[in-house]
Write a protein that binds this ligand. Structure first.
Ligand code: NDP
Ligand code: GDR
Length: 362
């Protein structure tokens, strides 16, 4: 009997429901799961402008879409009834909750909304799973973040490092982290937290610092821009590639038991170093002059000021130093990042140079 049940589970079709499918991670995860033979359902928000650009190539693909392998549903993390309806209809085997108001600086201006989506949103999803009566069959992934560490208590940061959030975004994600742990214990749910450090790609949103830099350096290289502005150059981040990180999300969901895992490259770089690496890709170098808000980045040889500092990009409270230790993921998930910092910058630079040369207005 036990064996029969096990066999039935093995042959059961894998159905994923992804919230935030239109975002950077959602688009890579959808691709990854379609390649593994999953049926993929995604929740999208109604928007007055086009918001499916990152998944258009999947959605218009005859096999992925018309073959019924991929389906999009209107819903919102602020609307419980839409979540219950979609879960009851789709009956997913795995839910990846990637939807969020994900911009840290913006969360200081939209603090209540950020809490609605990033804290209460995951709670709504967990309760929707319970309401649907599928608690024992659905596995749940929560997009937790290295921002939880905030004012870091130890270096490097692991699964046991204490949290000290430094923004409304991080406070909201802290609630989500704990409610996932609580529902796992209270209701025996398969629910896990991926504590992911910063990960980037050519699909990164344009107002995150890495993409802002690669877009600007590509434009400067093509003569479409002379200079750009940044905020804090000294903060340090453990930057990986989103493609590597979606694999780690999936691996967590394939384990026998749910758990929390740090996903990181175990290497840290400052914003300043990211700027230098981007310019170096196009064989240019930047030297720094002045200090504080008066610091500028000057291109060697031309002596033209390429970077100015603007206080509007500083946060009321900053996270200065992030460096992850993903040994637990390496040991238990057999996961390791494949893409180095240098290759990440190159991938983003190459993509933005191609984009800007085809469409200078982009
Ligand atoms: P993005 O900002 O690129 O994507 C966010 C997604 O959430 C978009 O699809 C967006 O939809 C959707 N969304 C926003 N609000 C709602 C809502 N109210 N209801 C439904 N959907 C909503 O983020 P990333 O892909 O970079 O990150 C994915 C997740 O991982 C986020 O939760 C983020 O906080 C977390 N994270 C990210 C890290 C990173 O370095 N990228 C590191 C650690 C955690 P729309 O397209 O319509 O705006
Ligand atoms: P972060 O990413 O806040 O780490 O959150 P972001 O790229 O916004 O900032 C990284 C660091 O760069 C500094 N910085 C600037 N940031 C932006 N956006 N724009 C600038 O002009 C600029 N100049 C300097 C910031 O002060 C900061 O120190 C990301 C998001 O994806 C979160 O959702 C996720 O949880 C964390 O990564 C891990």
């Amino acid at each position: 009997m036990e064996l029969e049940e096990k066999n039935q589970n093995n042959v059961r079709e894998k159905i994923a429901l992804i919230t935030g499918i239109t975002g950077q991670d959602g688009s890579y995860l959808a691709e990854f799961l379609l390649n593994k033979g999953y049926r993929v359902h995604g929740i999208i928000r109604r928007s007055s402008s086009f918001n499916t650009g990152r998944i258009e190539h999947l959605y218009s693909n005859r096999y992925a879409h018309q073959g019924g392998k991929m389906k999009l549903h209107y819903g919102d993390l602020t609307d419980s009834s839409s979540l219950v309806k979609i879960i009851c209809e789709v009956k997913p085997t795995e839910i990846y909750n990637l939807a969020a108001q994900s911009h840290v600086k913006v969360s200081f201006e939209l603090s209540e909304y950020t809490a609605e989506v990033d804290a209460v949103g995951p709670l709504r999803l967990l309760d929707a799973i319970r309401t649907s009566g599928l608690t024992s069959t659905i596995r749940f992934y929560q997009a937790s973040t290295s921002e939880l560490y905030g004012k870091v208590a130890e270096i490097p940061q692991t699964e046991t490092t204490p949290f000290c959030p430094q923004s409304p975004y991080a406070c909201a994600k802290l609630y989500a982290y704990w409610i996932v742990n609580n529902y796992r214990d209270a209701y025996n749910m398969f629910a896990c937290n991926g504590i992911l450090f910063n990960h980037e790609s050519p699909r990164r949103g344009e107002n995150f610092v890495t993409r802002k830099i690669t877009r600007a350096v590509a434009k400067i290289t093509l003569g479409l821009l002379t200079s750009f502005e940044l905020g804090n150059l000294d903060s340090k981040r453990d930057w990986g590639h989103a493609k590597d990180y979606v694999e780690a999300m999936w691996l967590m969901m394939q384990q026998e038991k749910p758990n929390n895992y740090v996903i990181a490259t175990n290497e840290t770089h400052s914003v300043r170093e990211f700027v230098e690496a981007a310019f170096s890709f196009v064989n240019r170098s930047i030297k720094w002059q002045g200090s504080g808000l008066n610091e500028v980045g000057i291109e060697e040889n031309t002596e033209i000021v390429r970077i100015r500092i603007n206080s509007k990009y500083f946060r009321p409270t900053e996270v200065d130093y992030l460096l992850g230790d993903s040994s637990k993921a390496k040991k238990e998930l057999k996961w390791e990042p494949k893409i180095t910092f240098k290759s990440l910058v190159e991938d983003m630079m190459r993509a933005d140079l191609e984009l800007m040369s085809k469409n200078p207005e982009a």
